[in-house]
Design a protein around this ligand. Structure first.
Ligand SMILES: [Cu+2]
Length: 315
């Protein structure tokens, strides 16, 4: 091999690696990372994207090089040489992807575990119960039943609302999110304080829903009759969409609300305001809490009136 060829190969490989790393860091494909966990996810995503981008450059580069270099010249009507079998090449193109895929698998699993993907949700039945009981009586009864049949459920679970964890109970229903804070505070918008660990104890009133905030990179099924949970640490103050990510009925597309990441002071002020609303309007709270005792027709009638109302209001 000539010295110049060697130099140009080394330079090309260097350029490919450098541009892959650059693209991995500057792809701009993900929304803002609003939680600590989002950074773990982004690290994985950007790494995989950098590897893929490097391979894209290699494959497309060789393709374009070959199209130019090995194109048919005038007067050349021969078949190409019949090349088959190159053991060392085959070993290389099997071994390299194997190593990369195994490494990505281990890295992914590590991130998945760090984001609590492997924790047993059935062990989380207890935490979500005390504040949602009034809201989701049907669901809570079923949860209670399943908790009783399995005595080890309580082991290793975080008690709701103690220590440094902000625990919020979430009820999902067709087609709304209800967030229940301590002291009978119920809201349609989720507020969380920046920098503190938040735990959402979630259950559904009616059908399967899924809680998703793209900026947190976390998504969790919300299931009637049992509790699931999500934990995250907000890191960027702002407003983010909460999206239902499980087709749950005709107005599924409208099952959205806002998550506000507040500064600790704003969060305290907001909680105080909500506390006042909660104590000044007991009838509204009673109305909220009795939805589970309505018949299905009554419940849907209420929903339809509300939707009608919303439609008129938006005109
Ligand atoms: Cu839904």
């Amino acid at each position: 091999m000539k010295k110049n060829t060697l130099i140009s190969i080394v330079v090309t490989i260097g350029l490919i690696i450098a541009s892959s790393i650059w693209y991995g860091r500057n792809n701009g494909l993900l929304p803002v990372a609003a939680g600590d966990e989002a950074l773990l996810y982004d690290g994985l995503f950007n790494t995989i994207l950098a590897i893929a981008f490097g391979f894209f450059l290699v494959v497309e580069g060789v393709l374009i090089y070959s199209i130019v270099k090995f194109r048919r010249r005038d007067g050349d009507n021969d078949d190409g040489p019949a090349i088959h079998e190159n053991l060392s090449l085959e070993i290389a193109w099997t071994a390299i992807p194997t190593v990369i895929v195994m490494w990505v698998a281990i890295y992914s699993f590590d991130v998945y575990t760090a984001m609590q993907g492997t924790q047993d949700l059935s062990g989380m039945a207890h935490g979500g119960m005390h504040q949602t009981v009034a809201h989701v009586e049907r669901g809570a009864k079923a949860t209670l039943a399943s908790a009783n049949t399995d005595g080890m459920l309580m082991a290793g679970t975080l008690p709701a609302g103690t220590g440094d964890v902000v625990a919020i109970d979430v009820s999902a229903m067709q087609f709304a999110w209800i967030f229940n804070y301590p002291n009978e505070i119920s809201t349609a918008e989720l507020h969380v304080p920046v920098g503190k660990k938040v735990r959402l104890n979630m259950t559904a009133v009616d059908v399967l829903h899924a809680f998703w905030v793209p900026q947190l990179r976390i998504k969790q099924d919300v299931i009637p009759g049992r509790s699931t949970y999500l934990e995250f640490t907000p890191r960027v103050v702002g407003e983010y969409p909460v999206v239902c990510a499980e087709l749950c009925g005709s107005y599924h597309g409208g099952m959205r609300t806002t998550m506000v990441i507040d500064t600790p002071e704003d969060y305290a002020t907001w909680l105080k305001e909500q506390q006042e609303i909660a104590s000044n309007d007991p009838e509204q709270i009673v109305a909220y809490h009795s939805t589970s005792e309505m018949s299905e027709q009554e419940y849907l009638a209420g929903k339809m009136t509300q939707l009608d109302h919303d439609r008129h209001m938006s005109h």
